[in-house]
Design a protein around this ligand. Structure first.
Ligand code: HEM
Length: 368
């Protein structure tokens, strides 16, 4: 096998970095089928088609992605090749495929759609968008398609569980994680995910969790609070007396008077052994390769949750890691399964709601 690194040590992208599982297609079929069954139940409950994951939005923003000037050659790749600015739409969400109370802690999502991007596409979709889908945790507890299939039964039960049941499970998980820490034990990964605290969504750091092509190289992407006003929100608990829509209220309250900036960062792969591409549950060590700023995401003060915006972002738009330039092709088994999962979820809700899916070609398509 030819070496996969180039000087000064960044792994060079090539297609055979991906190693599909022998029975991957069958696992994908099972997982996507189970997700579709859950999605049908939720649509029947609400008489409206929702996303199969990250159904609840908390803010939909217009902004700008400013690529850093003078990036070194290994970072000046793909979308980040030159110092220009792109319009973006950002949708903040929480992970369940149902409309849960914001009193129940849940992983937070930040989906960024960059508009007006030219270049060869990862899929032949005729679009000019580049999406980055990020969650506020660096790794996925179930990082391969095989492990994900095992999780599926648990996920299938989710829509039927009450908010109260979910709140108690998470409280139990937090206690178990604390007890494990006192005993010097490492808690199971699934328990850690359930035990996540209920913090202000805007102060979080968001991660792609899985790898993607980064032009000549391979990277994970993250977005971290940059401006003082959002950094001040990191770790701030959502109040105990908060209502069911606490996160939307916090986001709307913040952007009524403040702008926000996040650093968009790339962590380049320098060692495919210690920074695996096929297993998204493995954290890439920052001592081997730090997250480096490649752009600044600027979100000005605005009304982030008008009815027209919510309808547009929730019902018309779709975000997917496969809305991508070939230079940012999603990589690894979790990314491959997402190709099928996102298309099916999006088709389902657009069909049920009688809404045509449309990739924006201009920021003017986002209603005020
Ligand atoms: C690397 C790990 C992952 C990350 C960072 C991630 C992140 C996200 C985010 C941020 C959204 C919301 C997008 C929006 O605002 O519209 C989303 C939606 C979604 N995710 Fe994931 N996700 C991951 C893994 C998965 C996996 C493994 C599956 C399924 C097997 C999946 C299925 C979905 C589906 C079906 C949607 C809704 C698609 C739609 O109807 O438009 N995700 N994800």
């Amino acid at each position: 096998m030819t070496p996969v690194t180039t000087t000064p040590g960044f792994v060079r992208y090539r297609p055979d970095l991906e190693q599909p599982f022998p029975d991957e297609q069958e696992l994908v079929r099972q997982i996507v089928g189970a997700m579709e069954r859950a999605n049908r139940q939720v649509a029947a409950k609400h008489r409206h088609g929702l996303r199969d994951a990250h159904a609840k939005s908390h803010g939909v923003l217009a902004g700008e992605l400013r690529i850093e000037p003078d990036l070194p050659a290994h970072l000046a790749q793909g979308l980040f090749a030159g110092p220009r600015s792109y319009p973006v739409i950002v949708r903040f969400s929480t992970s369940p495929g149902d409309l849960r109370s914001d009193r129940v802690p849940a992983p937070r999502g930040m989906a960024i759609k960059v508009i007006g991007v030219d270049g060869p596409r990862a899929l032949d979709d005729g679009a000019t968008t580049q999406d980055f889908l990020l969650v506020n945790h660096p790794t996925l507890p179930f990082g391969t398609v095989g492990e994900y299939a095992e999780l599926q039964e648990l996920l299938e039960r989710q829509p039927r569980e009450s908010d109260l049941w979910q709140q108690s499970t998470r409280l139990g998980a937090r206690i178990a994680v604390r007890v494990s820490a006192r005993l010097g034990l490492r808690p199971p990964r699934a328990l850690e995910a359930l035990a996540a605290p209920n913090h202000h969504i805007l102060g979080e750091t968001f991660h792609s969790m899985a790898a993607l092509r980064y032009g000549d190289h391979v990277a994970k992407i993250s977005a971290a609070p940059r401006s003082e006003d959002v950094r001040a929100l990191t770790g701030r608990p959502v109040g105990r007396r908060a209502g069911d829509s606490a996160l939307r209220d916090l986001v709307a309250g913040f952007f009524a008077h403040h702008s926000a900036e996040y650093d968009l960062r790339a962590q380049l792969c320098v060692d495919v052994g210690r920074m695996p591409i096929e297993d998204a549950s493995k954290r890439w060590p920052e001592e081997l390769s730090p997250h480096q700023r490649v752009a600044v995401l600027h979100l000005p003060a605005q009304d982030p949750y008008s009815d027209a915006r919510r309808r547009y972002a929730d019902d018309v738009l779709s975000f997917s890691p496969w809305h991508a330039l070939e230079a940012h092709r999603p990589l690894g088994s979790i990314m491959r399964i997402r190709r099928e999962a996102y298309a099916r979820s999006s088709d389902f809700r657009h069909t049920v709601n009688g809404v045509r899916e449309r990739e924006p070609s201009s920021i003017d398509e986002l209603p005020a």
